[in-house]
Design a protein around this ligand. Structure first.
Ligand SMILES: Nc1nc2c(ncn2[C@@H]2O[C@H](COP(=O)(O)OP(=O)(O)O)[C@@H](O)[C@H]2O)c(=O)[nH]1
Ligand SMILES: [Mg+2]
Length: 274
């Protein structure tokens, strides 16, 4: 099996990633996911815990991202948080950088491309897990300890989806419907107990990322990851998280992203994309 970095270099996404601006401090190599120096309660992993990178893809995120990062830093050391911003036209890159967070920047390439860049860094820096979070405040940092607890337990799935369906009253009807349809298809395709396939709040073992070859660069990358991981025998589980719908516009384009979803599922079922 070819190494992840060799594989990613060979697809289009890899070219965008290769040109990423890496002007911030390098992530610390092989350092444990330890305690933050700031107040974080008792739920952050201890020094002996698996090493975890929190990865936040951001595109034109504004003050929500600044607020999010300040909160996330209460649960996890800044040095193990990575923001990947592909070509935002806002000033978020400068402000995040000035606040001392790790941030990478490259020309606009899509959420999936940003995730793949972060995955690649997590692997090369020896992290055991990556937790991905949205930048717009829809994923509550208060739920991070739930992921930490599960990861600390050891015997658990390889992908843990933050599932928001406990309380969906704030979720727009159309999103609830699309999530239901998408999740039903993914559950049927993967034969795994997927509850919220569209959640970008998830913990992923880096072993999965080393073995799954991702070819997409948009929102469908998160679905592609589930499909391919399941096919390789990796286990998918869930943890309940808060459902938050804030007044921030979505970057999802209904026609484009529905097509992207159908395309990735069909290609997967036909084994066109292994
Ligand atoms: N780096 C990067 N992040 C993106 C891109 N598109 C969306 N995101 C991030 O992905 C997250 C989810 O996107 P969003 O448009 O809010 O999707 P929704 O919440 O499912 O409607 C947000 O934090 C965005 O900042 C992109 O093209 N590049
Ligand atoms: Mg959003």
């Amino acid at each position: 099996m070819r190494h992840w970095r060799e594989r990613i270099r060979q697809n289009n996404v890899g070219h965008a990633l290769a040109s990423a601006e890496a002007t911030m401090n390098a992530l610390p190599p092989s350092s444990p996911c330890g305690s933050s120096t700031q107040d974080r309660g008792n739920s952050s992993p201890p020094e002996s815990s698996p090493r975890i990178l929190i990865l936040i893809p951001a595109y034109n995120a504004g003050s929500e991202l600044d607020a999010l990062l300040a909160q996330v830093a209460n649960y996890h050391p800044k040095s193990h948080i990575l923001v990947v911003d592909d070509g935002s036209t806002t000033t978020s890159y400068e402000t995040i950088k000035a606040s001392g967070f790790n941030v990478r920047r490259f020309p606009h390439a899509g959420k999936g491309a940003a995730l793949q860049h972060g995955f690649q860094e997590a692997i090369s820096h020896g992290y055991d897990w990556v937790i991905t979070m949205d930048a717009d405040g829809q994923h509550a940092p208060e739920d991070l300890p739930r992921f930490f607890e599960l990861i600390r337990q050891g015997s658990l799935p390889d992908i843990i989806l933050g599932s928001r369906l406990g309380d969906v009253r704030t979720m727009p009807h159309l999103r609830r419907l699309s999530n239901f349809l998408c999740t039903t298809i993914i559950r049927w395709t993967t034969r795994q107990p997927v509850i919220d396939s569209q959640s970008g709040y998830r913990a992923i073992r880096t072993t999965v990322l080393q073995n799954v070859r991702l070819n997409t660069s948009g929102f469908e990358t998160e679905i592609e990851l589930l499909l391919k991981a399941a096919r390789q025998g990796f286990r998918i589980g869930s943890v309940p998280v808060r459902t938050i719908y804030v007044d921030v516009p979505s970057h999802i384009k209904r026609a484009r992203d529905t097509y992207g979803f159908i395309r990735i599922v069909v290609r997967h079922l036909l084994h066109l994309d292994d």
